[in-house]
Write a protein that binds this ligand. Structure first.
Ligand code: FUB
Length: 442
């Protein structure tokens, strides 16, 4: 490893850089992601789920503060730390642990963080929505002393239209919308119900504009758990016309879904959540990202949730092949490395010969790689072939795995060094089970 690489690695660690496919935030729970582009970077403002320190919330949502994360690659996320915490907000009931789904927008150089929480004081119940203001997207944010008058609900979303007018949407007994005053901290109109949405439980509104159309998107219980759905309209206040589902309900795991939709460098992305790191308790969730696209008529194509997520993985990073793009229909399973601590990550288990997975978009750059490193385990020994996909796919390396019960770091020759961005196919050719934690080229 050369000195430049070591310095870069040290700088990344100091800044709290997280490397990721899905989920993208890998050292804490994160949910309800609102993604915004400020100054050429994507910022995620999520809820911060925690296991509850108080008995009354042991089986419910529990959030004490907000972090913000930023990225230009969408794979490496910098955690800027805590930007607002419950007990520094004058109107929030202390230790109510109800800092639910936030949003953040920029107007005239100021950043406005909108967040729901439980108000303190006699006769105050349910949720209000407050604002905290900053000069930078990563704060520090200073909370207003009182919540926004006239709003009772959760899941704020603010749209600043192309003419500069701002609108706030929220959920709670249906979906509501009102204009915001130029101060961004007060309503300029009476709240009105959003028209044109289907029956059934709805929350988490996220509204954006594309080519003069307004997209009102929302989690919606069509059957058992939340799908992500949308309606379109010609005005930010509606009425909207229901269009359908963007993401189906998850077959396992998480009752909620909550999202935002953002364009970055010409590509649209869906930010959403799933309980990847908390399989037994779906109130501890994690943010994911997948690509999103539109049909020619402006309708949204359905998004299939993936583990691979988005972005290009440098070949010299650890490639977590368990975050696959495609997998053989039988004989490969994905398991936690350590079920007692899901944050340790996952492994891919090839149960027998002729099983495979594909991991897309690995960047080999222009300088040929010389070695393949891998962390593997196989009690009876095995063999893995690594190749690029497609007509011109070639074998890059063969990993011969000696029988052992321990995880082993292998270091093997490269047979062929590709350049540029390639899709990798990892194939087991031995009869006995083989586990792979990660691969990495040097
Ligand atoms: O995170 C708490 C709540 O769960 C949000 O407000 C809802 O949208 C759901 O995601």
């Amino acid at each position: 490893m050369n000195t430049r690489f070591l310095l870069l690695a040290a700088a990344m660690t100091a800044a709290g850089v997280l490397q990721a496919q899905n989920p993208v935030i890998r050292d804490q729970f994160s949910a309800d992601p609102t993604a915004r582009v400020f100054d050429g970077k994507v910022y995620i403002y999520p809820s911060h789920d925690i296991p509850s320190p108080v008995d009354r919330l042991k089986e419910w949502f529990c959030m004490a503060d907000y972090h913000v994360f930023s990225s230009t690659s969408l794979t490496d996320w910098t955690d800027h730390g805590v930007i607002l915490t419950q007990n520094e907000v004058p109107w929030v009931q202390p230790d109510s642990y109800s800092m639910w789904a936030p949003d953040c927008v920029c107007k005239d150089g100021k950043y406005y963080l909108y967040f729901p929480s439980t108000p303190k004081g006699e006769g105050r119940r349910g949720f209000n929505i407050g604002v905290a203001v900053a000069d930078h997207p990563e704060g520090p944010f200073t909370p207003e002393t009182e919540p926004i008058a006239g709003i009772f609900g959760i899941d704020p979303c603010v749209l600043i239209d192309t003419d500069g007018e701002a609108y706030i949407y929220w959920s709670g007994r249906g979906m509501s919308v009102a204009r915001l005053k130029p101060t961004m901290t007060e309503l300029a109109s009476e709240p009105v119900p959003v028209q044109g949405l289907p029956d059934g439980f709805k929350e988490g509104p996220y509204v954006f504009k594309r080519k003069d159309k307004y997209y009102f998107t929302f989690p919606w219980v069509q059957d058992k758990t939340e799908t992500l759905a949308y309606a379109m309209g010609d005005s930010p206040m509606g009425p909207f016309t229901f269009q359908g589902v963007i993401m189906d309900e998850s077959p396992v795991g998480c009752w909620t879904n909550h999202h935002s939709i953002t364009e970055y460098n010409g590509q649209w992305y869906l930010f959403y959540h799933h309980n990847d790191y908390s399989p037994q308790f779906d109130k501890n969730r994690s943010v994911r990202i997948d690509s999103l696209s539109f049909n020619a008529d402006g309708t949204i194509r359905k998004v299939r949730p993936t583990l691979r997520g988005v972005g290009v993985t440098p070949a010299r990073n650890r490639i977590q092949v368990d975050r696959y793009t495609a997998i053989s229909p039988y004989g490969v399973t994905i398991d936690y490395l350590n079920p007692a601590n899901p944050f340790d990550g996952w492994q891919a288990l090839f149960l027998r010969a002729d099983t495979w997975l594909v991991y897309n978009s690995v960047d080999f750059g222009a300088i040929p790689v010389k070695r393949l490193k891998a962390r593997v385990r196989s009690e009876k020994g095995g063999e893995i072939i690594l190749r690029t996909t497609g007509d011109k796919g070639v074998i890059l390396s063969r990993l011969l795995i000696e029988p052992t019960e321990q995880w082993t770091d292998l270091d093997t020759d490269i047979l062929h060094a590709p350049s540029g961005v390639q899709n990798l196919r990892v194939e087991s050719v031995g009869q006995a089970p083989v586990a792979i934690d990660w691969l990495c080229f040097e």
